[in-house]
Design a protein around this ligand. Structure first.
Ligand code: MG
Length: 385
């Protein structure tokens, strides 16, 4: 019975990813019986993540990341979600809470109406992608718990067949770069270096004085000239760099397409790609896309983006913001078989309040528990204020 349910759900999910059907009729596969009067109840709590190191990328520095944690209760089950809100992306705890107060889940039958509920959320207000992701993740957690399966199993993925996660080294002094690199040794198999600063070669050389691990680099749009970017990428390849993220400003698609054509390394879109609608126009522009739950409104759309990108012959990676093990565990359900992963978000903070996916031999591995497979590690005071 369980097998056929799983098969049914997987096929409906896959069908939805081909955009052939308007909805996921998952309720037919419901594993629990609910009373007609049972309604989904959404609540939330703001939370501030303390970063282990002051984090500098091209143009910004910070020591904390605000998040809003969500909870949806339904039929004796609880689903958890999260909105991570790095300041430069525009959403705040206040804007997320304002959005969540507008969300009325009671007209929906149950958490498995993911397609309908996500369409409803998009209709409430444009943007607010992290706030929408916070609802999406909690719904997926609940829906998985209803059928007693983690999502990687619903999607028929092998949770061990995942790329190594990168561990991010921010732009810093040589001494701090070497210190952060030494902290990563033995735990990670690939490092991610934030470049696009005043002296990228110095950063790479500082890391190379400590380790020969493969490196991914993320310029966060920090390089301005395509010819400068191409020279730098050529040099970086010689230094053991294996991929480049967002080398040029996000709108410079013609210049990026030429760079990708000439680059000896694969070029991934991050800032240039937010949601499903952005993917198709990036074919031939980038080698691949960086999918992040907080950019694309959560797991439902992330999976569709992956399916579409792969259909278009593009590479895919799963990324994250600094976020707790709640959102990281949600991402960990979806990324088996991808080309790269940047899922170190929960490892960069000192006050992770969830337990779920864990770092094992350089990979983030989902827990195996139903839904997104998480539980809080401290008492969190969810409410609707
Ligand atoms: Mg990036």
């Amino acid at each position: 019975m369980k097998q056929s349910r799983r098969y049914f759900i997987r096929n409906t999910v896959v069908a939805a990813t081909l955009l052939a059907v308007p909805s996921l009729p998952m309720s037919a596969a419901r594993g629990t019986v609910n009373s007609k009067n049972n309604k989904m109840r959404l609540s939330w709590t703001p939370y501030d993540l303390q970063l282990n190191h002051t984090f500098t990328i091209s143009g910004f520095s910070r020591k904390t990341t605000p998040v809003v944690l969500t909870r949806i209760d339904y039929d004796g089950l609880t689903g958890y979600g999260e909105a991570s809100l790095p300041p430069y992306l525009g959403e705040t705890q206040a804007s997320v809470i304002t959005f969540l107060k507008k969300v009325e889940l009671s007209p929906f039958r149950d958490p498995q109406q993911l397609e309908e509920i996500m369409a409803y959320l998009d209709g409430l207000a444009p943007g607010n992608t992290a706030a929408k992701a916070a609802v999406d993740i909690a719904l997926h957690d609940l829906a998985g718990k209803m059928i007693g399966e983690p999502w990687y199993r619903v999607l028929d993925l092998d949770k061990q067949n995942v790329p190594d996660t990168t561990f991010t080294i921010g732009i810093d002094s040589d001494e701090l770069v070497r210190e952060k690199t030494r902290e990563a040794l033995g735990r990670f198999n690939i490092l991610k270096v934030k470049v696009g600063g005043p002296d990228d070669r110095r950063m790479i050389r500082a890391i190379r004085s400590v380790t020969s691990l493969p490196l991914a680099v993320d310029a966060n749009q920090g390089w301005r000239e395509p010819s400068q970017a191409l020279d730098m990428i050529g040099w970086m390849k010689e230094q053991g760099v294996v991929m480049v993220e967002q080398p040029l400003p996000k709108g410079d698609l013609e210049a990026i397409a030429r760079l990708t054509q000439e680059s000896p390394l694969p070029i991934f879109a991050d800032e240039s790609v937010q949601r499903l609608k952005d993917v198709e126009r990036l074919r031939g522009v980038f080698s691949g896309i960086n999918i992040k739950l907080m950019k694309c409104t959560g797991m439902h759309e992330a999976w569709k983006m992956r399916m579409l990108a792969e259909k278009l012959g593009m590479k895919v990676m799963m990324g994250c913001m600094t976020e707790t093990s709640c959102a990281i565990s949600a991402a960990a359900q979806l990324y088996a078989g991808m080309d790269f992963a940047d899922l170190d978000g929960a490892l960069l903070i000192g006050n992770d309040c969830f337990e779920g996916a864990k770092l094992e031999k350089g990979k983030i591995i989902a827990s195996g528990e139903p839904g997104i497979g998480v539980k809080p590690t401290e008492t969190l005071h969810f409410g609707r204020a």
